[in-house]
Design a protein around this ligand. Structure first.
Ligand code: OOG
Ligand code: MG
Length: 256
């Protein structure tokens, strides 16, 4: 058991933020970061949690610019993070939550790289829904390097999915799928699917190929969040957040 994972689990449990490891001369490389992430997930599973899928992080220019990171980072979606539609976000369990509107892929068949394309991802997809991810870095002020945030399971905290599922081949184009994010009815930001590396399906193909190089695969039944379409927006107590997506309906998010 490593001190890095001990600290991350304690920060999450106690709702305390910490200075990231790289800023304390405790930095590590990306491979080691994924090993810490694996240990973190294994320890959550040992404590009763379970894996429901994956999350792509830092897959849009908006997110990369906001976090000062220039390549994606991958994380694990845990059952404990699930919020039912309309279930308020438990603000009192979080440190400094931010929200991200995302396109969510519900996977029907195993996807094993290398050589996977966006078309292969669509073939293996049962449907897509809209989603909002509530991220909550365990690091002070969301300040971190890519290895720091990978060890922290890419700031994963909570997530909610829309209830309207469509097959991606039944809509004209995922890259052109528009999204409007509002807070108390005021437009905060807008985006379209193309924000995710040109196409969310291509981004997931890249993830499958990355897993393939590690001898792993996307598994049938997984849910994959394809990454924040926009900058993450701080979640303020009492605000009603609404993310409305073309073809996929809307999600309302309130704080408890
Ligand atoms: C890392 C999490 C990034 C996304 O969708 O880009 C992420 C962070 O910004 O704290 O989940
Ligand atoms: Mg995200």
């Amino acid at each position: 058991m490593s001190q890095v994972v001990d600290e991350l689990l304690a920060a999450e449990a106690n709702r305390t933020e910490m200075t990231c490891f790289s800023a304390r001369d405790m930095g590590f490389d990306l491979e080691q970061a994924y090993a810490y992430q694996r240990e973190l997930i294994d320890r959550k599973v040992a404590a009763g949690d379970s894996v429901v899928g994956a999350k792509l992080g830092l897959t849009s220019k908006a997110k990369q610019a906001q976090m000062n990171v220039n390549e994606p980072g991958y994380g694990v979606l845990m059952a404990s993070g699930w919020l039912a539609p309309e279930e308020p976000v438990p603000f009192d369990q979080l440190i400094h939550p931010r929200i991200e509107p995302e396109i969510v892929f519900h996977i029907a068949d195993d996807i094993e790289g290398p050589g996977i394309t966006g078309a292969d991802v669509l073939d293996a997809t049962a449907g897509i829904t809209c989603g909002i991810e509530v991220i909550d870095s365990r690091y002070a002020a969301f300040k971190f390097t890519l290895p720091d945030v990978v060890a922290d399971n890419t700031s994963a905290a909570r997530y909610v999915f829309g209830t309207q599922m469509v097959h991606p081949r039944d809509i004209p184009s995922i890259p052109h799928l528009g999204m409007v994010l509002e807070a108390d009815g005021d437009i905060v930001t807008t985006a379209a699917g193309a924000a995710i590396l040109g196409s969310p399906a291509d981004a997931i193909a890249g993830y499958a190929n990355w897993l393939g190089r590690r001898g792993e695969r996307i598994e049938a039944g997984w849910v994959i969040m394809s990454g924040g379409l926009t900058e993450a927006v701080p979640l303020a107590v009492g605000k009603l957040i609404t993310a409305t997506f073309a073809y996929l309906g809307a999600i309302n998010l309130r704080t408890a």
